[in-house]
Design a protein around this ligand. Sequence first.
Ligand code: CTP
Length: 399
Amino acid sequence: MLLEGKKIILGVTGSIAAYKAAILIRLLVKEGAKVKVVMTPSSKEFITPLTLSTLSGSPVMSEFFNQNSGDWNSHVDLGLWADLMLVAPASASTISKMANGIADNLLITTYLSARCPVMVAPAMDLDMLNHKSTKDNLSKLTNFGNFIIEPATGELASGLIGKGRMEEPEVILNKIIDLFNSKKKLKSKRVLITAGPTFEQIDPVRFIGNYSSGKMGFEIAEEMANQGADVKLITGPVSLKANHTSIETIAVKSASEMYNECVKHFQNVDIAVMAAAVADFTPKKVELEKIKKDNFNNTIELVETKDIAAELGRLKKTNQILIGFALETHNESVNATKKLISKNLDFIVLNSLNDKGAGFSFDTNKITIIDKSNNIEHFELKSKAEVATDIVNKICKLL
Ligand code: CTP
């Protein structure tokens, strides 16, 4: 799916081509996009809201206020929600209102509030399209940074033949995919990510583990895949599942299994992010039978596990980037900087257990990034998804 998770507002205006909006929604949804439809009042003369809400799986918005529930459709929230606003079909009247900020319907107020890219697919009769007024309005939209999808030439609703037909939904879909691809910062990059805890077996029923949920590593994997990367996610035992089609999950249990997978794949990747909470010690011997109280000498002998990040740091070539994490309880910056240097990392993401809302069991995290040049960046407490975006942005700056 080429538009997985992309949030798209489809603005539909009064034009015969409004029927093509139905096909467009189907194509967008099939590619994994989430679509919300905003209709102008006159568009409902051409296609019913019921058709579009059924296809998009979300109620169609048209009025500022919902008569039944008494609440209002926030064009601001809608504008901020979207990754793309597409107006298709765009009538001459809507194009004129967009160009001049005439905010008399929900579609225009949403347009004025949107911070995302905007695409406009005009549909009108050839003389309307040719009129100086329409041309001026379209060039205004281009100057605003909006993308105009040129109408096609063919038979028009008036019976005339010429330029003015809204471009076919398949063509519009490809333009949307191209737009998102051109914005992807990690296009064709290969990435290795470790996540979760490791379980070190003591006997058939017991292990040494830790509280890592894997959430931070999974969020980073998701964000990197969204940015176009091909991700290998090597995860210890967690209850999470990666959904993105560009993420290949490799499930492991122990630190040594994680080590083997990492070393195997590292030479083929551009970036590695070590977000796993790898056990530092493992039982020297795995008992084949359950240890019984009556013959236990109160001691389990432990040996150190291999340090995966340090090994990848040794193998690292100049064109590879290696990122590590440090979860500290005291002397945080000093300890993190030591790890940054000893493991040959490009930067380290530090979380302190002393910060409220940071650590294993939270959906939030508060991080500090320390890089090789000892630049220290502190971030606010944020959701782990937002933290993942900050980390990925920092990686993109290194590329
Ligand atoms: N790490 C690793 N393999 C290990 C231990 C740690 O890859 N066997 C990685 C972690 O994924 C993390 C970084 O090294 O990115 C730092 O892990 P941490 O446990 O904080 O550091 P340690 O080097 O194990 O030091 P200590 O536990 O003594 O603080």
